[in-house]
Design a protein. Structure first.
Length: 344
């Protein structure tokens, strides 16, 4: 793909998300979502491999189905209320359909089965875009609608996503699929946070994107695609693998790392619902297990091997500036919790 074409696609991707975020009209929001989908499709298909083509087709079908459901719901809303504004109160039927469509776009369980396959069929850089930037536009619509959404339904979506994201990721060996199930689990926490407080949801979203980007930067630098690659990546860059281990622990939500902050604040808000908070905690343990397993492979062990195994040489690792900026953010923001919580 030529640099000009790639620049055009990235610009279109960015613009479409901003259109959705800034829109007050349902048709404009739908237009932004459609433009967003059409912009990412050539990027997913860029390698030209049949697996990438399959992932592109699946992504297109799922996103178009969700966008059509959004258009159907908003048309029904206009028929019943006579207005296209996002901020005015929609009907209960419209709200339910919109929640289902946005859950499909985000990959929330039980509508998550398309997400791991598409992540596995994409390159690391494209998987990073799908895991982070592509979540912004649907989450913006949820934030605009949060006063009208059913809190019980959103909490149920969140609990299901956390459970399935953790359990389904246990038997995975591909790092992109593990990150896909990690994303599903984090989207569950994000949905529960949105049911409690929009301000908390924004903070959780920012921290999730930062931590996920840090881990993807590390995996891209060391060309780590499987757990076996993770076990043999230590000679490539010991310092980077050490920070990767800490980033994995942060994604798992262990103190005193940044990832503990959103879970801490969400559980603080859930203190009046001990059953839900206990279920959320128990559901996050399988996710913590596969994060710990990856962290164990990064620096704490080497896999059983013979002398013919191909290891990475300890060459000079070219770390990009975005890796150096994202890593401290992923690890060291916990002391700033009060400042971040009250300024988001």
């Amino acid at each position: 793909m030529s640099p000009l074409t790639l620049t055009l696609l990235i610009t279109s991707l960015t613009t479409s998300t901003i259109i959705t975020m800034a829109s007050n009209h349902w048709l404009l929001a739908w237009l932004g979502l459609e433009l967003n989908t059409l912009s990412i499709l050539p990027i997913i298909m860029k390698p030209g491999h049949p697996r990438a083509t399959e992932a592109t087709t699946k992504y297109f079908l799922v996103q178009v189905t969700a966008a059509a459901l959004i258009l159907c719901a908003t048309t029904l809303n206009v028929w019943q209320t006579g207005q296209w504004s996002i901020m005015l109160t929609p009907t209960p039927t419209t709200t339910t359909l919109l929640l289902m469509a946005i859950a499909l776009k985000l990959g929330l369980a039980p509508m998550h089965l398309w997400y791991p396959d598409i992540m596995q069929g994409s390159t690391m850089s494209t998987a990073l875009i799908i895991s982070t930037w592509q979540k912004i536009a649907p989450m913006t619509l949820l934030l605009l609608l949060h006063n009208h959404l059913n809190t019980t339904t959103m909490t149920l979506f969140g609990l299901t996503s956390v459970f399935l994201g953790g359990w389904a990721g246990l038997n995975q060996t591909q790092t992109r699929k593990i990150m896909a199930f990690s994303s599903i689990s984090h989207m569950g926490w994000l949905t529960v946070a949105l049911a409690l407080s929009p301000k908390l949801a924004i903070l959780t979203m920012i921290l999730y994107m930062t931590m996920t980007a840090t881990l993807f930067f590390s995996l891209t630098t060391t060309t780590t695609k499987t757990m076996l690659d993770m076990g043999t990546a230590w000679p490539h860059s010991p310092t980077l693998m050490t920070t990767t281990m800490l980033a994995l622990m942060s994604l798992g939500g262990l103190p005193p790392l940044t990832g503990f902050m959103p879970k801490w604040l969400i559980l603080k808000e859930l203190v009046s619902s001990p059953l839900i908070s206990t279920l959320m905690l128990l559901a996050s343990l399988p996710s913590l297990f596969f994060y710990t397993r990856l962290a164990y492979l990064t620096i704490l062990t080497t896999p059983p091997t013979t002398t013919t195994t191909k290891y990475k040489w300890r060459l000079k690792t070219m770390l990009k500036p975005n890796t150096m900026l994202a890593t401290p953010t992923t690890l060291l923001l916990l002391p700033l919790t009060p400042l971040l919580y009250w300024t988001t």
